[in-house]
Design a protein around this ligand. Structure first.
Ligand SMILES: [Zn+2]
Length: 406
């Protein structure tokens, strides 16, 4: 008997109903937090600890903007939860899955024999639907596109994963995990060496007292810094300070230019031009003529400084704390353990026909299994893991601060 035509026998668990109830519980909790947060925007007086930092006019502007955005997000979240509930209740997913099968057959292909092709079609149909649904919202307000349907957004990664799951037997999760692991290592390398320099200009920090101090700090904790760079990213980012990146003995310390100097706000058009101009690390300095250079010939910061040498060193001390205490590696390892466990659990659930039937499917396509199980059935696990990671990140920030002080 062929295993692909198992009659869906119910194991008595109402997977779909439980998923929807859980989504609503999370939603209501988030609404509670949202309403609490929203009350903050009603406060019209500048809070005491911001007095002198921000003027009343500036504060009022920020307040109104915050209030608008918060109200918008309130409606958006209600819309999303109702939409998701309806999709499940009315069988939207099986409907699109059937449609993609029909589409294949109308092209003269057997839907049952071309599951990968059908999955790709399904992903694009879902993306098209998402586009239609979110379009009115985007028109009304530029909204951050959330990663709710992250699975649909990376067909490049998805196709090899589907192949691996379908053809590598019961221990597929070992292969899938190994594949994702290699992919993430490779993408870090490609990102730092090729992608990041396309968007921002990286230049070595010139010889200066600061450079000497940083080198001394790196040496004192035996940090294998191969390069000390400044990234000119002030047009886009005002949050980050410094980071390091790379493997083993080939690490780069990267400082953001905002550490040295506050840039006058440029228009977006200017920002686009300058990021297009700065395409490579080796870009000759003459090109930057219109811009006042950040450092003078002696390596000192020109104009008014943002952070003193000591402050920059302190920030780096914190970042080096993360490295010395192996935070980056531990976090990466933990991520891998979580990923491996999820794929393993998925392996045990993916042939459970009653789960698919509960969501309205009469077969067990691998892609549908991935979406239903990883995104929705594992919802409680995802939330717990997310909470644990936030907690760990917090603890690690304190640890790194402590390290920096010592
Ligand atoms: Zn930190």
């Amino acid at each position: 008997m062929s295993t692909s035509h198992v009659v869906p026998m119910s194991d008595g668990i109402r997977y779909m109903e439980l998923t929807v109830v859980f989504l609503w519980l999370v939603f209501l909790w988030e609404m509670y937090l949202h309403i609490r947060q929203h009350r903050m925007f009603k406060e019209k007086n500048v809070p005491k600890n911001l007095e002198g930092v921000i003027g009343p006019d500036e504060f009022e502007k920020a307040r109104i903007y915050g209030e608008d955005k918060s109200r918008f997000s309130f409606f958006r979240q209600w819309f999303d939860i109702i939409e998701t509930t309806l999709i499940f209740a009315l069988g939207g997913l099986p409907f699109i899955w059937d449609w993609s099968g029909d589409a294949l057959e109308s092209m003269g292909l057997m839907a049952t024999e071309n599951e990968i092709l059908r999955s790709i079609l399904f992903i694009y149909a879902m993306q098209f639907y998402q586009l239609l649904v979110t379009l009115p919202w985007s028109l009304y307000f530029t909204f951050v596109v959330e990663e709710r349907h992250a699975m649909n957004k990376c067909p490049v990664l998805l196709v090899p994963i589907l192949y691996l799951i379908m053809w590598s037997g019961p221990y597929f999760y070992v292969y899938v995990w190994a594949f994702v692991f290699c992919f993430s290592i490779a993408s870090i390398t490609v990102y730092t060496d090729y992608i990041a320099p396309m968007f921002d200009r990286f230049e070595p920090l010139p010889d200066s007292p600061l450079r000497t101090k940083i080198s001394a700090l790196a040496e004192s904790v035996a940090f294998p810094a191969s390069q000390l760079l400044v990234v000119y990213a002030s047009n886009r980012s005002s949050h980050s300070n410094a980071y390091f990146i790379g493997f083993f003995k080939n690490k780069k310390i990267v400082l953001f230019d905002t550490l040295f100097k506050k840039h006058a706000k440029k228009s977006d058009a200017d920002a686009n031009v300058s990021s297009k101009q700065s395409e490579t690390e080796e870009r000759p300095k003459e090109d930057a003529k219109e811009e006042e250079p950040l450092f003078d010939a002696d390596g000192n910061v020109t104009g008014t400084r943002n952070c003193s040498d000591e402050e920059v060193v302190a920030i780096l001390g914190h970042e080096l704390g993360h490295w010395k205490l192996n935070h980056t590696l531990k976090m990466f390892a933990l991520n891998q353990v979580v990923l491996f466990t999820m794929f393993m659990l998925f392996g045990h659930l993916m042939h459970n026909a009653s789960l698919y039937a509960s969501f309205g499917f009469d077969s067990t396509p691998t892609l549908i299994g991935l979406i239903l199980i990883m995104q929705f059935v594992f919802g409680p696990i995802n939330i717990a893991v997310g909470f644990l990671f936030t907690l760990l990140t917090r603890m690690r920030e304190y640890e790194a601060d402590e390290f920096a002080v010592v």
